[in-house]
Design a protein around this ligand. Structure first.
Ligand code: 5GP
Length: 190
């Protein structure tokens, strides 16, 4: 069995990674699996433990770091986020192409560690539009929104580290672009 691809799907918070991902992840020909991250952030309304994230406390997260359980991790606006390695390996060994939906510091760690990973960066049409999207989400306090925005402009400076950059002007169109990129890369490894 051919081992699945490792796909890094990154971009600033609020750009719409989750929305775009939902539009391509179930496409059968892409054979994708979503890697569920571990985080210390508190659950937002509607989020489900074990589906959106594994919600853990700081002690458990730090234990995971100590035990080398994570492929990458980062601290983002006061919380830890990380990718459990064992699950990613298991899915790839089953032939699944695994999607890591992660922020930039973590993405750069994976680009470094796994040179053949496929890296895709989703950009907003502008920082003004990003601000509007984060505010409309209404899930964060104004102070956290400001922190996420100031982080976003720094994250955008790093987009040249990725193999592909896709603009999320329209989610449907962005999802088409990402699907095409993944499909081409699957074909290239056959
Ligand atoms: P949120 O709190 O909005 O769910 O996530 C904040 C940021 O952390 C988003 O950019 C999200 O993609 C990213 N993120 C989610 N899981 C991981 C992970 O496992 N590792 C890293 N480095 N970032 C993650």
């Amino acid at each position: 069995m051919k081992r699945g691809l490792l796909i890094i799907f990154s971009g600033p918070s609020g750009v719409g990674k989750g929305t775009v991902r939902e539009l391509f992840i179930h496409r059968e020909e892409l054979n994708l699996a979503f890697s569920i991250s571990m985080t210390t952030r508190t659950k937002r309304p509607g989020e489900i433990d074990g589906k959106d994230y594994y919600f853990v406390d700081r002690a458990r997260f730090e234990e995971a770091i100590q035990n080398d359980e994570l492929l990458e991790y980062a601290e983002f606006v006061g919380n830890y986020y990380g990718t459990p390695l064992q699950e990613v390996d298991r899915l790839r060994d089953m032939g699944k192409n695994v999607i890591l939906e992660i922020e930039v510091q973590g993405a750069l760690q994976v680009i470094d560690k796994v040179p053949d990973a496929l890296s895709i960066f989703l950009v907003p049409p502008s920082l003004e539009e990003l601000k509007r999207r984060i505010e409309n989400r209404r899930t964060e306090d104004p102070e956290i929104i400001d922190q996420r925005l100031s982080k976003a402009s720094k994250e955008m400076d790093l987009m040249n580290q990725y193999r592909y950059v896709v603009c999320n002007d329209d989610p449907q169109f962005a999802a088409e672009m990402v699907s095409l990129i993944i499909r081409r890369n699957i074909e290239a490894t056959l």
